[in-house]
Design a protein around this ligand. Structure first.
Ligand SMILES: [Zn+2]
Length: 208
């Protein structure tokens, strides 16, 4: 019971950057035009195109300087980032959106269901209902399977709700040398726990 209570306590805490003690991670090319520009704890991807770049996720506000250092270490310029996307509207993936938008001038595209959460800085979530972060204007609201196109790269936004209402899995293809690769960035495979699951003793029906 104690371990279940502890687990519930940890999971139900608001997300907070200080809990992560996030650190820099070396930026690198993954495949084709896809680069890792995230931190040790939080995955953030840059997709390079001749007409500017796309970023998926922004991390916490405190993550943004790490992203900037990563982007610039690869020889890219922050002002060339044209579009900011998200995997899902929790603070560890989108609290940095407003600062990132300010630094780059990029447009923010968000799947319907997560759009109002990002625009309001966290209002309306069902997993971390009290978590808040800087509000960020949403420039385009996406729907399932809508395409995001930039400089010859087309990303498909696939609605994979559950972890959040607008949780989004991104797919696209990239060429690396003479090979073509299909790329997937999964929104989140996490299943949200119910507090009742942690605060009640297991029964025959719950353990079957
Ligand atoms: Zn999450």
């Amino acid at each position: 019971m104690i371990s279940r209570l502890l687990k519930a306590f940890v999971i139900l805490l608001p997300l907070n950057s200080s809990l992560f003690a996030d650190e820099a991670f070396p930026a690198h090319r993954i495949v084709g035009n896809v680069y890792y520009v995230g931190s040790k704890a939080l995955a953030i991807y840059l997709i390079e195109t001749p007409e500017g770049h796309i970023l998926i996720n922004s991390g916490f506000e405190e993550t943004v300087p790490l992203i900037r250092a990563s982007v610039e270490s690869l020889g890219f310029k922050m002002r060339d980032v044209k579009i900011i996307l998200e995997s899902h509207a929790h603070s560890d993936h989108v609290a940095g959106h407003a600062l990132l938008k300010e630094l780059t001038g990029a447009k923010v595209f968000v799947m319907r269901g997560d759009d109002k959460v990002i625009a309001s800085g966290g209002v309306g979530q069902y997993f971390y209902p009290n978590d808040r972060w800087p509000v960020c204007e949403v420039d385009r609201v996406l729907k399932d399977r809508e395409e995001v196109k930039l400089g010859g790269t087309t990303l498909v936004a696939r609605l994979t709700p559950g972890h959040t209402r607008g949780c989004t899995t991104w797919t696209w293809s990239t060429a690396d040398g003479d090979k073509k690769y299909n790329v997937v960035v999964i929104g989140s495979p996490n299943v949200n726990p119910s507090p009742a699951t942690f605060f009640s003793e297991p029964t025959a029906s719950t353990t079957a």
